[in-house]
Structure formats: structure tokens, C-alpha cells
Design a protein around this ligand. Structure first.
Ligand code: ADP
Length: 300
């Protein structure tokens, strides 16, 4: 199964251009959608889950047209929205049973089997009798995944799923998405957390002002930052000056002052060592230099 997006535009009634001609091909694995606030991520997700119609352009899901075959495509989709509303007075099991009924599963036996299997998959079987209101943040998010997967969709769309999770829960959640995608489900993950992308996604796109700034594997974006990440050592006084002028990514106290990692051109007057870039560096490089149009076409 593949999702093909061609020339997608969305102009809101007030004239805001949220998507300005998007072309994308999304295949197997976990596809990451990264971009600053206002880039158009939510708009693209809303269109993909058929909650909103584009102004123009075309989306094909497994060869079907998103506009003409909405019902059929909806059955292929599972969606975990950012503001996932669970029912706090229902137990985990009851909530999933309710969602399974809504998705059209009539047979009690079929529902029981589906719910038990999904509870095991998301690691909530032990918490099946707990009130949803008493689940931790990470467990609620996993319950969200369970409800999105109950009808066994081929595509799972998750919007900012790790926001607010503690590091352990975040890792568990990322691993869960990896497990799901290994079972032939396309996972589309929108996030502003770079670590979500670098640790899970095999393909990604960077959106900016409704356009694609980059599409490809995360490693390709990292390559664009090569030669633009530096480390210098500065004393207290210079540190203030340097951090005001340059996008500083990390500062580590060292023996001779501060070891400062920054993105861009090496600052004059300091011996600079090149640093092996990672996705976070690449994203900051993009945000600071490309978004501000300091380096035109840097990512083309
Ligand atoms: P993101 O999810 O990346 O933060 P959005 O898709 O929410 O981006 O927004 C993209 C652009 O569209 C922004 O400029 C935003 O202000 C605008 N926008 C989003 N929703 C609406 C709306 N309902 N009406 C008008 N403009 C909107």
C-alpha cells in the first residue's frame, strides 16, 4: 500500500495558505512529518484522515482517490489525534469495547478477541480493568493507539503523540510504533520533537510554510548540515557574546571554559572543530538559516 500526494493545496477561507503544493510518496515504515508551528502539519493530517477537503490537488491511497472514495479509505485508517478524548469513567476494556462497537464489530466474541490481542500489543492487558482516568500519561497514549488499531487499519496516523511524556514512556511509545510498522502498517507521525523522528522514522519530510523543504530519509537531512556544525571553547565573557550571535545547540563546561556547539559558519577568532551532525543539528540549521532565509537554497 502506498499514499501518493500530488500538488496538494489548502487555502483557508480567511486566505491563509496552509499547504502550498505538496508532492509526497509515503510507503512502508514510519513516515515522520516535522516542522515548526504553522508549517502545515495538522492541515495535512486533517486532509489525510478525511476530516477536511483540500482546495486542490490529489491524494491516492492504495490507488483509491481520497475525494471520491472517502468511506473505503476511512476504513483503512486509524487516527490518534493530538487531543485524544478518552472516556474517564470507563474502564480500559469498556472503552475499547465501545470503540470496537463504533467501528462496526457486532459480534461479542470477535470484539473480545480483538480487544485482548490489542491490549497485549500495547502493553495494557494488566490495566484492562483500570478506569481510564487512572492511567498514566503514557498509558493513555497507548490506549489511544489501541483504539486507533482496533479495526486493524493499514495506515495509522498519529499527531504529536509523545508531547508531555516522560523519557521512559516516550521510548516505550516509539518502540510500540516501530512494532506496529513492522506489521505492514504505514505509520505517519507528526511531531515537533526531533528525537521522535531520528529514533523511529525511515522516511521524513520537513514542512515549512506549507511547502516541502526536505523529503527523504533522516540521514539525508543530516548530511545537509555537514560542515555547518562546530565546537569552540570560550571563557565566560566570550560565551555571552557567542551565544547572542550564534545558534548554540549545546554547552558543556570544560577545563578551559565552555565547550560550545553551534550551527552555521565558524565564528571568527576562535579555533573551531567540526562536529559530526545529527538530526537535531540539521533541524536547527534549517530553522536558523533556511527559515530565516540566511542561506537560500541550502537544503535544495
Ligand atoms: P502546524 O500543524 O504545522 O502547526 P497548521 O496546519 O495548524 O500547522 O497551520 C498551517 C497554517 O494554516 C498556519 O499559518 C495556520 O495559522 C493556518 N491555519 C490553520 N488552521 C486554520 C484555520 N482553521 N483557519 C485559518 N487558518 C488556519
Amino acid at each position: 500500500m502506498e499514499i501518493t500526494i500530488r500538488g496538494l493545496r489548502k487555502v483557508y477561507p480567511n486566505g491563509n495558505v496552509a499547504l502550498d503544493g505538496i508532492d509526497l510518496q509515503i510507503g512502508r515504515g514510519i513516515f515522520g512529518l516535522l516542522g515548526p508551528n504553522g508549517a502545515g502539519k495538522s492541515t495535512l493530517m486533517r486532509i489525510l484522515v478525511t476530516l477536511m477537503r483540500p482546495t486542490s490537488g490529489e491524494v491516492k491511497v492504495g490507488g483509491m482517490d481520497l475525494q471520491r472514495q472517502r468511506g473505503r479509505i476511512r476504513r483503512l485508517l486509524g487516527y490518534l489525534p493530538q487531543e485524544f478524548a478518552h472516556f474517564p469513567r470507563l474502564r480500559t476494556y469498556e472503552f475499547l469495547d465501545y470503540m470496537a462497537r463504533l467501528s462496526g464489530m457486532r459480534s461479542g466474541r470477535e470484539r473480545r478477541r480483538a480487544i485482548e490481542s490489542i491490549l497485549h500489543e500495547v502493553g495494557l492487558f494488566e490495566a484492562r480493568d483500570r478506569m481510564a482516568s487512572q492511567l498514566s500519561g503514557g498509558m493513555k497514549r497507548r490506549l489511544g493507539i489501541a483504539q486507533a488499531l482496533i479495526h486493524r487499519p493499514r495506515i495509522l496516523i498519529v499527531d504529536e503523540p509523545t508531547t508531555g511524556l516522560d523519557p521512559e514512556e516516550r521510548i516505550r511509545f516509539r518502540n510500540l510504533l516501530a512494532d506496529i510498522s513492522s506489521g505492514e502498517v504505514i505509520v505517519i507521525l507528526s511531531t515537533h520533537i526531533v528525537g521522535d523522528i531520528s529514533s523511529t522514522c525511515n522516511q521524513m519530510t520537513l514542512l515549512n510554510h506549507g511547502r516541502i523543504a526536505y523529503a527523504g530519509p533522516p540521514e539525508g537531512l543530516i548530511e545537509k548540515a555537514r560542515g555547518h556544525v562546530w565546537q569552540i571553547t570560550v571563557g565566560d565573557r566570550d560565551y555571552v557574546d557567542v551565544s547572542a550571535k550564534y545558534p548554540v545547540i549545546a554547552t558543556v563546561p570544560g577545563r578551559d571554559g565552555w565547550a560550545v556547539q553551534l550551527v552555521g559558519e565558524p565564528p571568527e577568532g576562535f579555533p573551531a572543530l567540526p562536529v559530526e551532525p545529527n538530526l537535531e543539528h540539521a533541524y536547527v540549521y534549517f530553522m536558523e538559516y533556511v527559515l530565516q532565509e540566511k542561506v537560500e537554497d541550502a537544503l535544495r
